[in-house]
Design a protein around this ligand. Structure first.
Ligand SMILES: [Zn+2]
Length: 490
């Protein structure tokens, strides 16, 4: 993929650059595309660009196509002039309207030509957004239609405009994976993961993680990947860690209209707030009571501004986390905002093996901040790599304490990783910061590492000196390993 370059990875998260030739701009990812309604602009696109640093936005070509007021101006002046925005403009096709109202009156060829003619930089064919949990037959039939339309999009004369290849397949991981592989094979430019909004609306973040992971298996490292309709900042870190690069948000404006206030931990209602927890200009210049007393339109605009500040702030936080190799620590922190986010994080960790493939080999310091940390890709990788070490000794001591001359060889032991050759103690991830009061999950993961090492060396006799491990961890250590507690007197 020549239009998209990855500069850094963390888990499956990527810092990237999307070159948009028609706009003549390069968009840094991960990023958010504010949704601009051509009829109602809560915040002007020029303001999004100047004050919030928006490099890209998304608007709906189907609305423009059907609008007597805007259709001809869009064709005559072009989208960039009409919206007064010089960055990249992506256009949606009406698929959302299709899912809401059951039918639309344009074909993929017509809407792509219209998108090209109004100067869109990234156009979208009319795919079929299949909702979650439908019968498999329906999901398969609609997928076939979507795929056929993607093939027609490939043949369409779209000039320099980039074209998206949406990935559908409802909540069937195998269909999502296959759809993603087919979308990739079209050679189109951007991959939106479609029809995930119902999952987010119902807080089904675990199902969302499974859907995204399935799509990513099919897409591989081609990209960029757009999580369509994902606009709440609380889930950016998780979605980015799974490999999503683009988000879009109507939430900043829609929520503001209902007096809802976005935070990285969830949503608050203005009526319930006595203090603003945020540092943005809106929140430092006003109290919730002042805002509540304002006219609806002014209040809505100020809340939309706050929502945008939080949204772009979280995008920068995610980028910096990828840069510094701390994205999973950020996901871990965000997962504490809501139990369903924690479910999402735990589902993400079910795919640790998949995330491990692109994860950096070396980062700053692994912070063990929760029981979930024990399931991170780094722990899995450490266990997998234990087969790289030869043991040329009869009796080996594995210990959380110091070495002992009675043994031929001494290995260190560190929860959650388990055993490691001592000379590697100063390398990532074994330099981890782990709390002194280790949790049971970390001990169990370490015990799994011990079990793996012991299994690899059937002729070696092992002794494990552990620091007061829980019985559930010790049960995972093979019976032939002699156990000693670090603090017990021999
Ligand atoms: Zn604020």
């Amino acid at each position: 993929m020549t239009n998209f370059e990855v500069r850094a990875y963390d888990a499956a998260g990527r810092l990237g650059e999307l070159t948009v030739p028609r706009a003549g701009v390069t968009v840094e990812t991960p990023t958010i595309l504010p949704v601009v309604n051509p009829h109602v602009q809560t915040i002007e696109p020029s303001t999004l660009e100047a004050e919030f640093g928006a490099e890209i936005l998304i608007t709906n070509s189907y609305i423009l196509h059907g609008s007597d007021d805007l259709r001809d101006p869009a064709l005559d002046r072009g989208l960039h002039d009409l919206l007064d925005f010089s960055g990249a403009i992506m256009t949606d096709s009406g698929s959302f309207q299709l899912s809401e109202y059951g039918e639309i009156d344009v074909t993929t060829e017509e809407i792509l030509r219209f998108q090209r003619d109004i100067g869109s930089d990234i156009g979208t064919p009319v795919d079929i957004p299949t909702p979650p949990d439908v019968e498999r037959e329906q999901a398969e039939a609609e997928l076939a239609t979507t795929q056929e339309r993607l093939e027609r999009a490939v043949d369409a004369d779209t000039g320099e405009m980039l074209v998206t290849a949406p990935v559908q397949g409802s909540t069937y991981p195998d269909l999502r994976e296959r759809a993603a592989r087919d979308a990739k094979s079209t050679g189109l430019d951007v991959f939106p993961l479609g029809a995930v909004v119902p999952l987010m609306n119902e807080y089904r973040y675990a199902d969302l993680a499974d859907v995204v992971a399935a799509c990513k298996r099919g897409l591989g490292e081609s990209g960029p990947v757009h999580l369509f309709g994902a606009g709440h900042p609380m889930m950016f870190a998780m979605a980015a860690a799974l490999g999503c690069d683009l988000f879009d948000s109507a939430a900043y404006a829609l929520y503001a209209r209902d007096d809802r206030y976005l935070t990285v931990r969830g949503t608050e209602h203005l009526d319930d707030m006595e203090y603003f927890p945020c540092h943005c200009p809106v929140c430092t210049d006003h109290t919730p009571a002042e805002l509540a007393g304002m006219a609806e339109k002014v209040r809505g605009e100020l809340l939309a501004r706050h929502n945008l500040h939080v949204t772009y702030g979280e995008i920068r936080t995610v980028r910096q986390a990828i840069r510094s190799g701390t994205l999973l620590e950020l996901v871990d922190a965000r997962a504490r905002g809501h139990p369903t986010m924690l479910d999402g994080y735990r589902a993400l960790l079910d795919h640790a093996e998949q995330l491990e493939r692109t994860d950096r080999v070396s980062k700053g310091t692994f912070f063990h901040t929760s029981a979930e940390s024990a399931r991170r890709p780094e722990v899995l990788r450490h266990h997998e790599r234990l087969d790289r070490f030869d043991i040329d000794a009869d009796e080996v001591l594995l210990t959380e304490g110091g070495s002992n001359d009675r043994y031929d060889e001494t290995w260190g032991v560190r929860p959650p990783f388990g055993p490691y050759p001592r000379e590697l103690g100063d390398t990532y991830p074994l330099t981890a910061e782990v709390p002194d009061r280790t949790d049971r999950a970390a001990q169990e993961a370490a015990a799994d590492g011990v079990a793996r090492l012991v299994e690899l060396h059937p002729d070696v006799s092992f002794t494990l000196v552990h620091d007061d491990w829980a019985a559930t961890a010790l049960e995972r250590v093979p019976q032939r390993v002699r156990l000693r507690d670090l603090h017990a007197r021999e």
